[in-house]
Design a protein around this ligand. Structure first.
Ligand SMILES: C[S@@+](CC[C@H](N)C(=O)[O-])C[C@H]1O[C@@H](n2cnc3c(N)ncnc32)[C@H](O)[C@@H]1O
Length: 211
């Protein structure tokens, strides 16, 4: 099993949205919509989407934040960014930035940080580098949202879900589902957690406040 599959390039990047739709039985669009609804993004919110991919989430964020809001999508992948740029073109409150989210970003003062399906593909020291960035990016009282796998027991997955997880996911993801993320986040002065679940509690949106 490959250790990480989080850098998405080539054919996978070109057909990313289609591949995700196929892997999730075309349920991904609904998850993205539900997530944006739970985040309660209001007019004027500033939000940075780290590893924002093709901009599916960011488009909904940009719609809710309105003209006085600011949405920044950061990604390392050229093809992913190109797709995001096209998707966000008509939203003047949004911008796309090519950068490595594990290195310091010269940005700060955001109300919200969103990280969707990224954490599970990083090594622990990379997750730490990412959280150092999040601490600088967020305002005090601002919210970090992490949409990713919840903790669950692989052995309890039905055979189809087990096959899909093993086929599409990496070794790091199998470690991630056993990992106590809240404990880790507390060490970065993030707390007051709130959580929402989908797909039989296998997917979780976690909100943490910068204390
Ligand atoms: C699994 S996709 C998730 C995309 C999007 N967040 C979503 O939920 O649909 C992972 C994304 O992270 C980006 N990525 C991986 N490593 C990165 C890094 N070090 N810096 C910035 N982006 C990164 C990839 O290019 C890819 O677009």
């Amino acid at each position: 099993m490959v250790r990480s599959k989080i850098k998405i390039t080539g054919v996978k990047a070109r057909f990313y949205d289609l591949l995700v739709n196929l892997a999730t039985g075309f349920k991904y669009g609904k998850l993205v919509k539900d997530t944006a609804a739970k985040m309660n993004i209001t007019e004027g919110v500033s939000l940075i989407d780290l590893g924002g991919g093709t901009g599916k989430n960011a488009k909904l964020f940009a719609r809710s934040a309105g003209n006085s809001g600011r949405i920044v999508l950061v990604d390392i992948g050229k093809t992913m960014l190109k797709k995001a740029g096209r998707r966000l073109k008509k939203y003047k409150n949004s911008e796309v930035v090519q950068a490595d989210i594990l290195k310091p970003l010269k940005l700060n003062g955001f109300d919200m940080v969103f990280i969707g399906f990224i954490m599970h593909g990083f090594e622990i020291q990379e997750r730490s580098a990412l959280m150092k960035n999040v601490s600088k990016l967020l305002k005090r009282g601002g919210h970090l949202f992490i949409l990713d796998y919840n903790q669950f027991d692989m052995k309890k997955l039905n055979p189809i879900a087990g096959y899909l997880f093993n086929h599409f996911e990496c070794e790091l993801a199998t470690e991630f589902i056993k990992w106590d993320m809240e404990r880790f986040l507390r060490s970065y002065k993030l707390g007051k957690f709130e959580k929402w679940y989908w797909h039989d509690k296998k997917i979780r949106l976690l909100r943490a406040e910068k204390l």
